[in-house]
Design a protein around this ligand. Structure first.
Ligand code: FES
Length: 152
């Protein structure tokens, strides 16, 4: 029998058999159809692939299947059920935070992880939470305004 790992994705049980060194980003997008998880740099720099692993923002391109065993994973679609994510999303929309939007799921994920720990984070905490997210369009000002709006 092939080795296997089990985890949940947005509350649904997923079993991966065989090549357990496959990356979570590929499993989520290709096997599970969660294309809200974006692939950008593939080397842990851009943050487009950010998911929550047991509530912590994590680059899905850096996590191998075997490392996800037993965890609860949340994708951008899974954020629909989380009030903290709604606050973040609405504040970002109000500040027209994004242009092309490709990086947006990753930014929302990183900020949601922050707001799950701290409902009113200071600017310094926001900057730290977003260290792993790159945006090529906005110069970050509108995103920071959105994050600070969410913190009010
Ligand atoms: Fe994972 Fe860029 S694709 S950090």
């Amino acid at each position: 029998e092939h080795p296997k790992v089990c985890f949940t994705v947005d509350g649904e049980a997923v079993t991966v058999r065989g090549a357990l060194d496959r990356r979570l980003v590929d499993i989520l997008r290709e096997d599970c159809g969660h294309t809200g998880v974006k692939r950008g740099c593939d080397i842990g720099r851009c943050g487009a692939c950010m998911v929550l692993v047991d509530g912590a923002a994590t680059n899905a391109c850096l996590l191998m299947a075997f490392q996800a065993d037993g965890t609860a994973i949340t994708t951008p679609a899974g954020l629909d059920a989380m009030p903290a994510a709604q606050i973040v999303r609405e504040a970002l929309v109000e500040e027209v935070a994004f242009q092309c939007g490709y990086c947006a799921p990753g930014f929302v994920m990183s900020l949601t992880a922050l707001f799950l720990r701290d409902e009113a984070p200071a600017r310094e905490a926001i900057l730290t939470a977003l260290e792993g997210n790159i945006c090529r369009c906005t110069g970050y000002h509108s995103i920071l305004r959105g994050a600070e709006r969410a913190a009010r």
